[in-house]
Design a protein around this ligand. Structure first.
Ligand code: RTP
Ligand code: MG
Length: 154
């Protein structure tokens, strides 16, 4: 079968505090659902400093690190696990590039943001990062084992 329901790649998506404040949760989540991805983990939380620093640990020597952590801990985020065929790479394509002004129209950042420090969404950059980040933000029981039903009756 070419149906992608069997492909279980997972990625970690996070709607940053600017997206939540701007009430863009539904707009952004709907793009992944309409594309064909399943939401298998979902929660709203205000991250601790420790969690935000661990999430962005790869950037800890960068000049923007403190500002990035200040921003991420400034209010609620939506932590999401998306599942489906080639989820990691396709989500990054849907998100656009780091700088919103360089992100093509049609991408999430390209349609909804203009500032690199307020680029509304995070997506894991590799399968390995996705595994690490999902483990950081979710306990195993918070992620469902989801088998979509036959599309003939939904
Ligand atoms: P993310 O991790 O949030 O999905 O973003 P990304 O992969 O596209 O970009 P990354 O290089 O991982 O950077 C993480 C976040 O740091 C902020 N940043 N600011 N001022 C700057 O030059 C700068 N560079 C990066 C961005 O908010 C970026 O999303
Ligand atoms: Mg990144």
């Amino acid at each position: 079968t070419t149906l992608n329901a069997d492909s279980k790649e997972r990625t970690y998506i996070m709607l940053k505090p600017d997206a939540v404040n701007r009430r863009l949760i539904g707009e952004i989540l709907s793009r992944f659902e309409k594309r064909g991805y399943n939401v298998v983990g979902l929660k709203v939380l205000t991250p601790s400093r420790e969690l935000a620093e661990a999430h962005y640990a790869e950037h800890k020597e960068r000049p923007f690190f403190k500002g990035l952590v200040d921003f991420l801990t400034s209010g609620p985020v939506v932590a999401i696990v998306i599942e489906g065929d080639n989820a990691v790479a396709t989500a990054r394509t849907m998100i656009g590039v780091t700088k919103p002004q360089a992100s093509a129209p049609g991408t999430i950042r390209g349609d909804l943001s203009i500032d690199v420090g307020r680029n509304i969404i995070h997506g894991s950059d590799s399968v390995e990062s996705a595994r690490r980040e999902i483990g950081l933000w979710f306990r195993p029981v918070e992620i469902v084992d989801f088998k979509p039903v036959d599309h003939a009756w939904v």
